[in-house]
Design a binder for this molecule. Structure first.
Ligand SMILES: [Zn+2]
Length: 205
């Protein structure tokens, strides 16, 4: 499934009834945090939607080089796959040096979370008194992010640890629900809007 889809409308319908699936027509954008198959493999469900991905990620994942880098199924992207390529703006957002505001209301913003892949982005959804942080594969679990432990399969472990530092700094200043794709606790955290409590001291690398 795509990593994140965002519009106030789709979020509302997702929250108003747990058993009503979101239809493609309800979705304004499909935001791909990155292009690994387990995050981009459901694109054929959204043939008419605008797909957003960073230029860095698309270039890194494409072609034979992309396949050698682990994007093994890039031949199976839907025919005519032409996502909108994003460039983040040099507009800092808290500890993140760049960002891109997606919605006019300013309640959905993209930030760089490189490491797992060079062009990975996180989606920040401002829900008023807290922010939901859709972080792709920034870490396998929240615990590993808090401890600053790189997962060992990322493209760049140093970048991954820097991303963890930034996420911890963000969560220290903004109440944050941290959602990564492979953490078994992610569903529960989303349902209960359970906040991250960052470890306030520096963690040794
Ligand atoms: Zn991944």
């Amino acid at each position: 499934m795509p990593s994140a889809s965002g519009s106030s409308r789709s979020r509302r319908s997702a929250r108003s009834s747990n058993d009503s699936a979101i239809q493609p027509a309800d979705v304004r954008w499909v935001v791909l945090t990155h292009l690994h198959t387990d995050h981009a493999g459901g694109l054929h469900h959204f043939p008419d939607n605008e797909i957003l991905v960073t230029r860095t990620e698309l270039e890194y994942a494409s072609g034979l080089r992309g396949r050698l880098r682990g994007y093994v199924a890039n031949k199976h992207w839907p025919a005519g796959f032409r996502p909108t390529m994003l460039e983040l703006e040099p507009e800092p957002l808290g500890p993140f040096p760049q960002s891109l505001r997606l919605t006019e209301a300013g309640d959905v913003t993209l930030v760089p979370v490189a490491g797992h892949t060079p062009g990975q982005i996180g989606v920040l959804v401002d829900e008023g008194d807290h922010t939901v942080f859709l972080a792709g594969d920034s870490s396998y679990t929240q615990e590993l992010m808090l401890r600053g432990t790189a997962d060992g399969v990322g493209a760049d472990e140093q970048a991954e640890r820097l991303t963890h530092e930034r996420i911890r700094a963000f969560a220290a200043e903004t109440p944050t629900v941290y959602l990564v794709a492979h953490d078994p606790e992610t569903g529960g955290r989303l349902n209960e809007r359970r906040l991250v409590h960052p470890i306030p001291t520096e963690v040794a690398a």
